[in-house]
Design a protein around this ligand. Structure first.
Ligand SMILES: *[C@@H]1O[C@H](CO)[C@@H](O)[C@H](O)[C@H]1NC(C)=O
Ligand SMILES: *[C@@H]1O[C@H](CO)[C@@H](O)[C@H](O)[C@H]1NC(C)=O
Ligand SMILES: *[C@@H]1O[C@H](CO)[C@@H](O)[C@H](O)[C@H]1NC(C)=O
Length: 214
């Protein structure tokens, strides 16, 4: 009996370990979700600096692919121009390649999964389940105030397009948050607070991942 139990346990352990493998690389992944203007970009920089994570922005990877002028890049560019959603496999492939190339094993994946289909495809393809999901919860009034005040020269930052982006975020991303919430994997942050206070909350969450300083 003892040996049977031991074997079952070993098999189970192997499965758990194998879950987050990329090729033969074991990784820790945190999904970062939040609406436009929720301040997640700023906090991602803080997490990178203080906790040694590598920041992977799905949007940046797609833009880099477009810039590279590859066949896929042209396809992505056209899809975005036509307002279509880039197929999950494309973004997943870029994320996977970035994680394999980078020697770090701790990644913040920012702005992905954007919807339930993204999430299911990511888990199907990579077999990676996130350690947790960091959700920057912010009221639309506050995000709108920030986006309008920021005015980074983005021509599309008028009220109407901002509200459209909120709507898309709520409709597509909330189901993802609910999915992980049911698995007790969502760490929710009150992102309407001032940046330094938000970072205090972030620090408490990432404390177990602190870089060991020798
Ligand atoms: C283009 O995208 C497809 C589907 O995501 C992928 O299989 C292929 O490897 C990509 N090509 C390049 C050159 O990255
Ligand atoms: C993921 O895998 C499950 C089970 O194999 C399948 O039912 C589902 O359609 C897949 N979803 C995606 C988005 O690939
Ligand atoms: C975000 O926070 C507000 C109030 O702080 C709360 O009512 C709302 O349910 C939260 N949203 C989510 C998706 O948890």
């Amino acid at each position: 009996w003892f040996f049977v139990c031991l074997m079952v346990e070993t098999l189970f352990f192997m499965q758990v370990v194998a879950e987050n493998m990329l090729g033969d690389k074991k990784v820790t992944v945190v999904f970062v979700l939040g609406g436009p203007g929720s301040g997640k970009g700023t906090q991602c920089s803080n997490i990178v600096e203080h906790f040694g994570f590598t920041h992977l922005s799905a949007g940046d990877l797609l833009r880099a692919e477009i810039k590279s002028g590859s066949e896929n890049g042209t396809m992505i560019e056209n899809m975005i121009k036509e307002g279509k959603i880039v197929p999950s496999e494309v973004t997943i492939k870029l994320l996977q390649q970035a994680m394999i190339k980078n020697e770090n094993d701790k990644f913040l994946i920012d702005g992905f999964p954007r919807n339930e289909e993204n999430r299911a495809a990511f888990e199907n393809v990579t077999k990676i389940s996130p350690a947790f999901v960091l959700f920057f919860n912010c009221s639309e009034e506050e995000m709108e105030r920030r986006l309008l005040g920021r005015n980074e020269g983005r021509v599309d930052d008028n009220i109407e397009t901002i509200r459209k982006r909120f709507k898309v975020f709520v409709e597509s991303s909330l189901p993802v948050i609910e999915y992980y919430d049911a698995k007790d994997k969502v760490k929710k942050i009150d992102a309407a607070k001032p940046i330094p206070e938000v970072f205090e909350d972030v620090k408490a969450i990432f404390a177990p991942y602190a870089k060991v300083i020798v």
